[in-house]
Unconditional design. Sequence first.
Length: 292
Amino acid sequence: MSEHPGARETSGPSEHPAPPERPGPPGQADGRTASPRATGVLLLHGLMGRASHWAGTARWLSGRYRAVALDQRGHGQSDKPPSSALTREAYVDDAEAAVEQLGLGPVLVIGHGMGALTGWQLAARRPDLVRGLVICDMRASALGAASQREWEEWFKAWPVPFATLADVRKWFGEDDPWVDRPNPARGEFYAEVMHECPDGWRPVFEPADMLASRETWVYDAHWEELTQVRCPALVVRGLDGELGRAEAQEMVRVLPRGQYAEVVDAGHLVHCDQPEAWRTAITPFLESVLSP
């Protein structure tokens, strides 16, 4: 994005090919895409993610809607600004600039994790720009200092550099202490955010930047902002994800026009773990919000 260099629109193939369950290019797809005047959908990845994680969802949407995914600041191929620039306000500013500069509004925002928080903060700030919102596995409660310390220790445990991408897939899909059972989709998720360096494979982001970004929202609750989201909003959770059912249902209650959906056999990475079930879960909502 020219005026907000922190985030970049992604429209070409990713640095690493998407796995079979996430085929196709990220962001706006190829010649089969809808007209630039079609209803816009903005896809916002979560912490450590990148636009290409939305490849399957974007391709699925692109025949009917104008789907755009962003590499948000500090992530993917976007600029890596100082940690001090990784603020909540900056992320929301980037999303707002993308909607306005690309002429997407009023847009449907689909956000995962941190991207979902950015989506509902944008909807609260600029109700004129957001016609609908999908919140995928993001908590509204404050997570606190213990959670931040846990993440710090987790980053220290990464055996970087990885010798090969196969090692990346195995560690994040099987060997990571945070993995309860083998999860190939999780391994693919992290393989997608690695790049080859002289000494092996390392993340395209700085772990310290991810902690700095997380620090700007992990200590605060975000219930008040949910009450300010005027558009229809769907809260989606994976049954094994980070968002519990009770909190998700309370979020639905707090949202003025909230709805609820859940995806079985999915963890936090709902759209990667169970892509078909994810599409099934959000389709009725999309049709109700995006139908002419």
